[in-house]
Design a binder for this molecule. Structure first.
Ligand code: DQA
Length: 148
């Protein structure tokens, strides 16, 4: 049995569906989880899907992914723009890292244009709403298969 793809989501994404739906859409994080599971399964993979509002908890899970994951998809949310701790954690991974955002941060406020996570990401998917996660999982599955 191959290792799962870790799909991690950062702060405030637990309120997806009610949080600024005009930007982030009407789907809940549970809906996104189901989409990720379905897309992973289509590629013969499984996902470990987690969300936290706490930077340290995300760092713990990133460290766990070093040995337990075949690839990591992360929507760091606001921490992407601020967290060197998350960047440093990601830099220790040897598996593919896909950064993902529901919105397109590059088209929004200037403070969203830089993400530290991008410095450690194999690739970035943003701007497609919940489909960003599905596309990221698909990319992660393909990269994980190639890396075997
Ligand atoms: C986000 C974009 C970030 O700028 C923001 O802080 C989020 C969500 C996205 O998915 O579009 O919380 O990562």
């Amino acid at each position: 049995m191959s290792k799962p793809i870790y799909v991690l989501s950062g702060p405030n994404l637990n309120l997806l569906g009610v949080r600024e739906p005009e930007i982030y859409g009407h789907q809940t994080l549970d809906d996104v989880k189901r989409l990720c599971e379905a897309r992973a399964s289509a590629f013969g993979c499984t996902v470990v899907f987690r969300q936290s509002n706490h930077e340290g908890e995300l760092v713990d899970w990133i460290q766990e992914a070093r040995t337990e994951a075949s690839a990591l998809v992360i929507n760091p949310a606001a921490y992407g723009h601020t967290s060197i701790a998350i960047l440093d954690g990601l830099k220790m991974l040897s598996v593919p890292v896909i950064e993902c955002h529901l919105s397109n941060p590059a088209s929004r406020e200037t403070f969203r244009r830089k993400t530290y996570v991008s410095l450690a990401a194999t690739g970035v998917v943003s701007g497609f709403g919940a489909a960003s996660y599905e596309l990221a999982v698909e990319a992660a599955a393909g990269l994980a298969r190639k890396a075997k």
